[in-house]
Design a protein around this ligand. Structure first.
Ligand SMILES: C[S@@+](CC[C@H](N)C(=O)[O-])C[C@H]1O[C@@H](n2cnc3c(N)ncnc32)[C@H](O)[C@@H]1O
Length: 178
């Protein structure tokens, strides 16, 4: 996150570790720095919580390109764990929309033949996540198709006004009440 985060004005101290990478691989792509630690663990494990909780807050958690590959129960326990353990923090969550939505160019990303993977969890509205934990508060949702319209194909520029299409690619900003 170049330029520091907007919550504290400081550089972030933790970087995401890929689940399947070794510490050596992580060192080669993300060499340790004074303001960066890499924890090699599944994001679904609770083992890394203590190391982060021991660091001075405030904390910003960014779940980017992740939730669509998990089951709802996994996303839910990840988010509720954060809400239990890190009051006062902020969470950015990228999500895709339900599969039954009208096709868009993003539909091709769902195609296992294209990506070698498959989306699992989706959500239409981020408000639904607030039902998971009483301290979760939705501050904003950014819909990716609302930005850089000139870069999108005509079909997307036209269909993005349908709520179900717009929901295909979005980022939610949540605050966890202290
Ligand atoms: C599509 S990539 C996104 C990478 C990066 N966040 C981005 O947006 O550019 C998905 C990443 O999630 C990682 N991943 C999947 N399940 C994970 C888990 N349980 N714990 C940690 N990382 C996981 C994969 O290793 C992969 O690197």
């Amino acid at each position: 996150m170049p330029g520091g985060d907007q919550i504290s004005g400081r550089e972030p101290r933790f970087a995401p570790a890929q689940q399947d990478s070794t510490p050596a691989q992580q060192d080669s792509t993300l060499p340790p720095e004074a303001n960066r630690s890499v924890i090699a663990n599944s994001v679904l494990s609770r083992d890394w919580h203590e190391a982060v909780a021991d660091s001075p807050g405030p904390w910003l958690f960014i779940l980017e390109g992740l939730t669509m590959y998990l089951h709802e129960s996994e996303v839910r326990s990840l988010v509720t764990d954060l809400a239990d353990r890190f009051p006062g923090s902020h969470v950015l969550i990228e999500t895709v929309g339900p599969r039954s939505d009208p096709p868009g160019v993003l539909q091709q990303l769902r195609d296992q033949r294209t990506t070698g993977t498959e989306f699992v969890w989706s959500v239409r509205r981020h408000e639904q996540l607030c039902r998971w934990h009483p301290r979760l508060e939705l501050l904003n949702t950014w819909y990716v198709m609302d930005y850089h319209a000139e870069a999108w194909p005509f079909l997307v520029r036209t269909l993005r006004h349908l709520p179900s299409v717009r929901a295909q690619s979005k980022i939610g900003h949540f605050r966890i009440a202290a």
